[in-house]
Design a protein around this ligand. Structure first.
Ligand code: 15L
Length: 309
């Protein structure tokens, strides 16, 4: 099956027979050292016939709605909330992720999916279960049945929120979720790993830090992901010749960083923004930190407090 998958990946991206793949220690898929090296660069000229975006009515969904349009001929947008009017080249689908039939319809004829949908903060289990557990299962089952071969999955830094802020981790560090939301994202990462190993569906799991217009507090000086860098990351994950199963932290080029992305270098993500430009303003607005506060000790910030978000 592996050689079949390699062939499929090569054929899909027109890479030619000489490019081989290997798996590293942690099962990531990388170009072989023996063969010619793939350039770790994105291919912004790739235009997908059909892309799908779930969670399109949310904060990041609204940003990506306009930013993904140049990368496809048709953008199918979905959310259970109102999506407004369809612009040219858009299709709108109002659907809940727990509705398996609707999710299957959503992925029909789609080349790749950016999956942002679901609960995105700490919430009661009764909300997380249908959206982030059942929902993500429906997404992968639909991808398998509809032949979607690549998914860009919005995971979260809260998968590893219980690492300390004085630690630097990479994606070999075991999950240490800081709440049920983080647990649900760890589930999604594991589910995507399974669908890659068994069915060859590639996933880039983006452990998104804090993606807002500007960093809002001192913690975000380390976790901030600008909207432009979010776009760079998503486009890299969509267009990189080889993704396999990759986990990458979604942060800008921040001076104080807790995350080492060298294991995801093959995606070709190059952040170009930095939280440093906001440091003076953030520090003035939040001059003192209580160093005994768990939200200051752990990477997940306020999420580490029970029910905190
Ligand atoms: C997340 O996963 C949330 O979706 C977002 O609302 C932010 O709070 C972010 O993490 C964060 O850690 O700042």
């Amino acid at each position: 099956m592996w050689s079949g998958l390699c062939h499929l990946v090569r054929a899909r991206f027109g890479l030619g027979e000489s490019v081989k793949l290997r798996r590293n220690r942690i099962g990531q898929t990388l170009p072989t050292r023996r063969g010619p090296r793939l350039q770790p660069a994105t291919h912004p000229t790739v235009v997908f016939p059909r892309l799908a975006l779930t969670g399109a009515a949310g904060g990041l969904g609204r940003e990506l709605r306009r930013r993904l349009k140049p990368h496809c001929r048709l953008l199918r947008l979905s959310d259970r909330a109102d999506l407004g009017l369809a612009a040219e080249g858009e299709e709108l689908v109002t659907a809940s992720l727990e509705d398996a039939a609707a999710v299957h319809g959503l992925l029909h004829g789609v080349d790749a999916l950016v999956h942002l949908g679901g609960v995105s903060t700490e919430q009661p289990w009764s909300d997380i279960l249908p959206a982030n557990i059942v929902g993500v299962y429906n997404v992968y089952e639909a991808a398998r049945k509809q032949g979607v071969k690549r998914i860009v999955l919005a995971s979260s830094n809260h998968v590893t929120g219980f690492y300390r802020q004085d630690e630097v981790i990479d994606t070999r560090a075991p999950a240490r979720p800081d709440g049920l939301y983080g647990v649900s994202k760890a589930f999604a990462e594991n589910l995507s790993r399974f669908y890659f190993d068994r069915y060859g569906i590639e996933t880039a799991c983006l452990r998104i830090g804090s993606s807002f217009e500007k960093p809002r507090d001192r913690r975000m000086l380390s976790t901030w992901l600008s909207f432009d860098d979010l776009e760079r990351l998503v486009v890299a994950a969509l267009t990189s010749p080889v993704v396999g199963h990759t986990i990458v932290f979604g942060a800008s080029d921040n001076r104080s960083s807790w995350w080492d992305n060298r294991l995801a270098a093959h995606l070709g993500y190059r952040p170009q923004d930095t939280s440093e430009v906001s440091r003076a303003a953030v520090e003035a607005a939040q001059p003192k930190l209580d160093t005994r506060d768990p939200a200051v000790i752990y990477q997940g910030g306020a999420f580490v407090r029970a029910g905190g978000s």
